[in-house]
Design a protein around this ligand. Structure first.
Ligand SMILES: Cc1ncc(COP(=O)(O)O)c(C=O)c1O
Length: 374
């Protein structure tokens, strides 16, 4: 954990801030590369690179073979910033206008439905696209299943608008390494695609970290690149991953309470002893989860202290009593930064206390939080 002096040097000026560690991004990409050493890497940077900033993250991950985004707008932002990697549109496109854009910007749409296939068939600009055809192997979200896949594939194969095809599927439960759904999905995928002799892609982070058998020609990691574990039973550090985002917020008040005093909306926390309470300028409008319970850990001066009471829009309260009375502890003062998650406080732990997943927390960092890149 960063010590208080290091944190103070980051000078928050009264506002929360997300620190993005680009060396950790490099490290995590390298780990993905070494783990799936025979595969190409499509780094998933949709949703503003899971809240980390799509353009700076793409620049930091320039060693990836391609990028994956959900929406056209995200791809446009990358091309506007001069990112020239292949970009796969994971939800694909539906109109001729968007197919034109794909051709002009060299984007590779996923085709997962007959509506998209028909739009592609009727598009006659003379341009050619690389296309990823999505197979539904049991998740029942997007993709062609069973005989529909065979039909879609044979139509795509003969289209002059298609210059290259990749077959892909998505795993519904790879984050549980013992779940039989994953081997069943892979078997289904292989049955449908073994005879096609094309490049194939199955794995998200969980698949990539589970087994070489799931790697194929392309892996598609997202979460692990940002240093988070996809597994409930293995933390990120045990997997060799380094957290990329540290969310900091400044202490803006220190209060001394008597036994019985209550804190925050609804007075849901009551002091059982004389207490020292810190008020931190970071709340649900910044992306800190409103459902985080009393007891959720927060990092202060190299120690963990508990969140107390309800999370407000702009603030949380923390119990500093044990820290201010501890020996050899630097004096805590207004203006000091506290760690909401990241450095030595895995976002996975905060997510668990809030009854959610780390994906949701990092993606929900709001626009008013400044992002600083180290
Ligand atoms: C199609 C597809 N592939 C890969 C990923 C990356 O998944 P993860 O972040 O779990 O690695 C996602 C993310 O949701 C996805 O939708």
């Amino acid at each position: 954990m960063m010590d208080l002096e290091q944190l103070r040097a980051l000078a928050l000026h009264g506002e929360p801030c997300a620190i993005i560690d680009r060396t950790a991004l490099h490290h995590n990409l390298k780990l993905a590369r070494n783990t799936a050493s025979h595969s190409k890497i499509l780094a998933v940077i949709k949703a503003n690179a899971y809240g980390h900033g799509i353009v700076p993250v793409a620049q930091a991950l320039s060693d990836a073979d391609a990028f994956g985004v959900a929406r056209l707008k995200e791809a446009l932002a990358l091309r506007d910033a001069g990112i020239m990697h292949p970009i796969v549109l994971l939800e694909g496109v539906y109109s001729h206008h968007d197919l034109e854009l794909c051709a002009r910007l060299q984007l590779q749409p996923v085709v997962h439905s007959f509506e998209q296939l028909q739009a592609l068939e009727q598009w006659s600009s003379g341009e050619k696209l690389a296309v990823w055809c999505k197979v539904d192997t049991g998740m029942n979200r997007l993709g062609f299943s069973g005989s529909a896949f065979a039909t879609a594939w044979s139509r795509l194969k003969t289209l002059p608008q298609v210059k290259q095809l990749v077959a892909m599927t998505h795993l519904a439960d790879a984050d549980d390494r013992h779940d039989l759904r994953t081997p069943n999905q892979v078997t289904r995928f292989k049955q449908l695609t073994d005879s096609l002799s094309v490049e194939r892609s199955v794995s998200n982070s969980a698949g990539l970290l589970t087994s070489q058998a799931l790697h194929m020609q392309w892996v598609r990691p997202g979460l692990m690149l940002y240093g988070m574990s996809p597994f409930a039973d293995a933390d990120a550090s045990a997997l060799g991953l380094r957290p990329v985002m540290t969310l900091l917020a400044p202490l803006i008040a220190i209060r001394h309470l008597e036994v019985g005093d209550e804190v925050g909306y609804g007075g849901t926390w009551r002091a059982q002893r004389k207490s020292c309470v810190g008020i931190v300028a970071g709340g649900y409008a910044d992306g800190y989860p409103r459902h985080a319970k009393s007891g959720t850990p927060v990092g202060v001066a190299g120690r963990y202290v508990p969140l107390i009471g309800r999370v407000s829009m702009d603030m949380i309260a923390i119990d500093l009593t044990d820290v201010v009375h501890a020996e050899h502890q630097p004096k805590i003062q207004v203006g000091d930064p506290v760690v909401l998650w990241g450095d030595s406080l895995p976002v996975e732990q905060v997510a668990m206390h809030a009854g959610t997943i780390p994906y949701e927390l990092v993606c929900a960092i709001s626009q008013r939080v400044a992002i600083k890149y180290l």
